[in-house]
Ligand binder design. Structure first.
Ligand SMILES: Nc1ncnc2c1ncn2[C@@H]1O[C@H](COP(=O)(O)OP(=O)(O)O)[C@@H](O)[C@H]1O
Ligand SMILES: [Mg+2]
Length: 385
């Protein structure tokens, strides 16, 4: 039956002409018709609901379609991302491999450097040991050097006093001579005047002679003063010839009294060294004193001093015609307190001090015996540049 939805359903009432179905009365028919109308209503309701559901389904379907499309797009994007990701992954894998290689290389290097470090550390430790040893040794050497320097200074002082002591006897003698002479000359003048004799000319002559002796005594004393002055540590240009002359003039009288001749052989030029004049003078006084003593019993009494230069050095010799240095004592004579002289006569300090002074002036001193006889001292000093 084709029925429009919602259209009222009418059961056509029998016009009384149409016959009723067999075995069925009107009431029954009415009842069945009512049931059918009910059923139709229910069916219409179901159709309506179905229609609503269909519409909802259509909505859902179109939504689903949209979602599907979106999903599709997202899938495509996802595939792109995945491809990119894959690319990145393989790149990363390669980088990881490279990194791994680098890491392994680094490990090797680290191990090597660790070993090097260990070796370095042990070397460093050994070095520290050596350094501390060295430091101790250096300190010890420094201490020794300081001690030596102090001893040397003490020796120089003691030696100076000793030399002064030695000289005092000679000086007394030397001063005695001019004093005697002065006495004689003045005595003469007194005689002249008392006896009323003597012209002013002769008196003047005697007084001049006395004056000369006074000057001589003065000279001796002024030398002594210079020598006695505490040796200053100052260094200045020193003229060797002048210093030797100065030492000789202090010793001259002693040498003259012992009939000792002094010969000088100097180079023409001025020989200048850098040092302390008083100390160098003491060197020559010491050498001259020793030569003087060595010549005491010699038949031929000559002291020779030579001085020559070569390159940037000056070579000075002081030799005598005495008996020379006893065999085997050539080195010992420079030791402090070594003497072969009688008690009271020698201190044994002269050559030790001489050695110290020459060394302080960056020079050397050596001794040898001359072929015939006598000792020769050779001093080498650097020239002033
Ligand atoms: N010119 C010399 N000839 C021989 N012996 C010398 C000479 N100079 C030094 N000597 C020896 O060297 C020793 C040490 O000299 P030195 O140190 O001056 O001390 P001292 O003169 O007080 O003995 C002397 O005792 C002497 O034996
Ligand atoms: Mg001496």
């Amino acid at each position: 039956m084709d029925v429009a939805v919602g259209a009222p359903l009418y059961l056509p009432i029998s016009d009384g002409n149409a016959p009723l179905p067999e075995g069925m009365n009107l009431e029954q028919l009415q009842h069945e018709y009512a049931q059918l109308v009910e059923q139709k209503k229910a069916l219409e309701m179901r159709v309506l609901k179905s229609e609503e559901r269909r519409r909802a389904l259509m909505h859902i379907l179109s939504d689903l379609n949209n979602v599907n499309r979106k999903l599709n797009n997202q899938r495509k994007a996802m595939i792109h991302i995945l491809a990119d990701y894959e690319k990145d992954r393989s790149r990363l894998a390669r980088q990881t491999e490279r990194l791994d290689n680098s890491r392994r290389a680094l490990m090797h290097i680290l191990q090597d450097s660790h070993q090097s470090n260990l070796r370095l550390e042990s070397s460093r430790k050994a070095m520290i040991h050596i350094m501390s040893d060295l430091k101790e040794t250096t300190e010890e050497v420094k201490r020794r050097e300081q001690e030596l320097r102090e001893k040397q200074e003490q020796l120089v002082q003691a030696g100076k006093l000793a030399t002064l002591g030695e000289l005092t006897t000679g000086i007394a003698h030397e001063l005695n001579n001019p004093l005697n002479n002065i006495g004689l000359f003045i005595g003469n003048v007194i005689d002249f005047i008392e006896l009323g004799k003597g012209d002013p000319q002769s008196i003047l002559h005697e007084l001049h002679s006395a004056m000369q002796q006074v000057r001589k005594a003065n000279e001796i004393i002024s030398h002594l003063r210079t020598f006695g002055r505490a040796a200053s540590v100052s260094r200045e240009p020193v003229a060797i010839a002048q210093v030797i002359q100065s030492a000789l003039s202090l010793m001259r009288e002693q040498l003259r009294l012992r009939q000792i001749k002094v010969e000088l052989h100097f180079t023409a030029e001025d020989v200048i060294v850098i040092g302390n004049a008083i100390q160098i003078e003491q060197v020559f006084i010491n050498l001259l004193s020793n030569a003087r003593d060595a010549l005491a019993n010699a038949a031929n009494k000559v002291i020779t001093i030579t001085c020559l230069t070569k390159a940037d050095m000056v070579y000075i010799t002081v030799s005598d015609t005495g008996p020379g240095i006893p065999n085997g004592l050539e080195q010992r004579i420079f030791d402090p307190f070594f003497t072969t002289k009688e008690v009271g006569a020698g201190t044994g300090l002269g050559l030790s001090i001489t050695y110290g002074i020459i060394k302080e002036h960056q020079g050397t001193i050596a001794v040898e015996n001359l072929p015939g006889e006598g000792a020769l001292f050779l001093i080498e000093l650097p020239l002033k540049r």
